[in-house]
Ligand binder design. Structure first.
Ligand code: G3P
Length: 220
């Protein structure tokens, strides 16, 4: 399983890129809004992310019609070869994905919550499908169980192109553990979650005891 960073925060992306484990970035309109960025600066912001990360960078095409999504998708894809166009899992999104994919543009179909949505996204030509986990938990449903269904269903078929499952809306180490055990291709995680993933109290305790013992060695 690869790790993507689910943020548009340049400082967080730069910091995490230095850890050597971030294979890509996913952004969405909410994450960009959190940076305080203006609409006109969105393309340059995506370019700055592309300069920090050697891997796919998802940028969302925000439009209501397939025509609007395709137009925005083409503009975003033209920014940098790393850009993956994020498209919502709707009828207009499916139609736009088909057009973009036929033009050789990688699409990440997002806001996916069901097996039929995931299979339709893959059939439309999406290179990435993003089932959301945490938002099910928000409505007292089992997001991990829904993710498991999507991973299993997509793995049963040959779509004629590579389809990677991005486990999204992950909020905890537990979510990431389950995504890994289920065989998700990618886990996209917020910076705060990525920080927590490497932490373990037994690692800290072991490190403290090694340091104390090494001090004894140095004084002996
Ligand atoms: O990238 C989209 C997704 O990961 C959003 O997560 O926490 O807003 O449900 P969340």
């Amino acid at each position: 399983m690869k790790f993507f960073l689910d943020t548009a925060d340049l400082a967080h992306i730069e910091e995490a890129a230095g850890w050597g484990v971030v294979a890509g970035v996913t952004t969405n309109p909410t994450l960009y809004a959190r940076t305080g960025g203006k609409l006109a600066d969105f393309p340059s912001h995506i370019l700055r992310i592309c300069a920090l990360i050697e891997g796919p960078v998802s940028a969302e095409a925000v439009g209501e019609t397939r025509g609007e999504i395709v137009e925005q998708g083409r503009e975003l894809a033209a920014l940098d070869s790393h850009v993956v166009v994020k498209v919502p899992t709707t009828i207009e999104g499916l139609a736009a994905t088909k057009v973009l994919a036929d033009e050789g543009i990688d699409v990440n179909m997002t806001l996916c919550f069901s097996v039929p949505q995931a299979i339709l996204a893959a059939r439309a030509g999406a290179a990435y499908v993003s089932p959301f986990v945490g938002r099910f938990d928000d409505i007292s449903e089992d997001g991990i169980a829904r993710l498991a269904e999507v991973i299993e269903a997509v793995s049963l078929y040959d779509f004629g192109h590579t389809v990677e499952i991005i486990a999204a809306s992950l909020r905890s180490a537990h979510h990431v553990t389950q995504a890994a055990l289920l065989g998700a291709d990618i886990a996209t995680v917020p910076f705060g979650v990525l920080q927590k993933l490497i932490k373990h109290p037994l690692t800290d305790r072991g490190l403290a005891s090694f340091a104390a013992d090494w001090e004894k060695v140095a004084k002996a």
